[in-house]
Write a protein that binds this ligand. Structure first.
Ligand code: FES
Ligand SMILES: [Fe+2]
Length: 347
């Protein structure tokens, strides 16, 4: 390496030219994809520490250092059927560019990722791989390495793109995220913070009636996968109602079936308890949430959105209100008129 020590976050060209001065020869190639999302959704995805163990099943990663703009890891990846241990360093060079570098056998691998807006809610992510080696066999070996790296890129992006696209979809529906730009890597470790800010929406009409005998053992999704949507699990002696939108970073919480009393978020593993649990013992009861009301009449349940919910501001402080437990309705409940109306609709 040259003695004139450069800045601590050299970009790709800087890094390559420094290594070339030490006798390394480089070849490079580029891969790119476009997703309907904001550039910060891609940035967040690359800097988000916790999703790795939940979303990328083909690798295990040990983080050895996590800073605001950089981290280091020890990875075990399966490449061409082999578990390859890798030590990787990762750092940001600009708000929209990141560098990762590692070494593999005789090679140095430097990866630069850039993400840029190419339209409204459309982001292009360009990944540039530079392979460096001093061995004369570089021409012979680099096609094999390229093949493995391209395969790896396809695998990672297949796992990651649904996360970016989901956030883009929420943005297109008016959702916002409580976020700082650039994303602070260390802050992504806190998965208990809610970042999703639901739009002060026009009221959604949801009205569903379920005869319990017809839905035994089933899980039913109602509404959309947003703050109004619900999933209803019909168990032996009870009905559990869960939310469909994770307030942390916006994942869908939809499950095919619910086994326990809590459902896990697929992105970071946060667990959500039921909004309400209705014992199907024949005794009528009613539960009220911030947006919904649910009436059980002994044989069926009816779930509908409140016609006049209490106003909720669209501030970050209110993020996640749709995952708070519903309250049992009291006799003299102010929503009594609404309850009566709903009860009359039940067969
Ligand atoms: S999106 Fe992070 S826990 Fe759900
Ligand atoms: Fe990822």
């Amino acid at each position: 390496m040259s003695n004139d020590q450069p800045n601590t976050t050299p970009d790709l060209n800087n890094l390559v030219s420094r290594l070339q001065r030490s006798g390394y020869k480089f070849s490079s190639f580029e891969l790119s994809c476009e997703d309907p999302c904001d550039p910060i959704d891609v940035e967040w995805n690359y800097k988000d520490m916790v999703h790795v163990s939940f979303v990328h099943s083909h690798m295990s990663r040990e983080f050895t250092f996590i800073g605001e703009n950089s981290y280091t890891t020890l990875d075990l990846q399966r490449v061409l059927g082999l578990d390859i241990p890798q030590s990787t360093s990762f750092y940001t060079t600009e708000d929209n560019a990141l560098i990762a570098h590692t070494s593999l056998f005789l090679f140095i691998v430097i990866v630069e990722v850039r993400f840029e807006s190419v339209g409204e809610l459309l982001t292009r992510t360009t990944t540039r791989y530079s392979l460096g080696s001093k061995t004369p066999l570089i021409r012979l070996l680099s096609p094999i390495l390229r093949f493995a790296l391209k395969r790896n890129w396809r695998r990672f992006t297949a796992d990651d793109r649904p996360l970016r696209q989901r956030r883009g979809l929420l943005r297109s529906k008016g959702f916002q995220f409580d976020e700082t730009r650039p994303v602070n890597i260390r802050e992504t470790l806190n998965i208990s913070k809610n970042h999703v800010i639901a739009p002060k929406s026009e009221q959604q009409e949801i009205s569903n009636h379920f005869k319990i005998s017809e839905f035994a053992g089933k899980t039913v999704h109602i509404g959309d996968s947003d703050h109004f949507g619900l999933q209803v699990c019909f168990k032996d002696n009870q009905i559990l109602i869960f939310p469909r939108l994770c307030p942390h970073m916006g994942s869908s919480l939809d499950q095919d079936s619910c086994d326990g009393h809590a459902i896990p978020c697929p992105w970071h593993g946060r667990k959500f308890k039921a909004l309400c649990s209705i014992k199907t013992d024949g005794q009528s009861k009613t539960f009220i949430g911030p947006l919904h009301i649910c009436v059980y009449d002994g044989a069926a349940i009816h779930i509908t959105t409140l016609s006049d919910p209490a106003p909720i501001s669209d501030s970050a402080a209110n993020s996640g209100y749709w995952t708070e437990p519903w309250r049992p309705a009291a006799q003299n409940d102010t929503d009594a008129d609404e309850l009566t109306g709903i009860a009359q609709q039940i067969d």
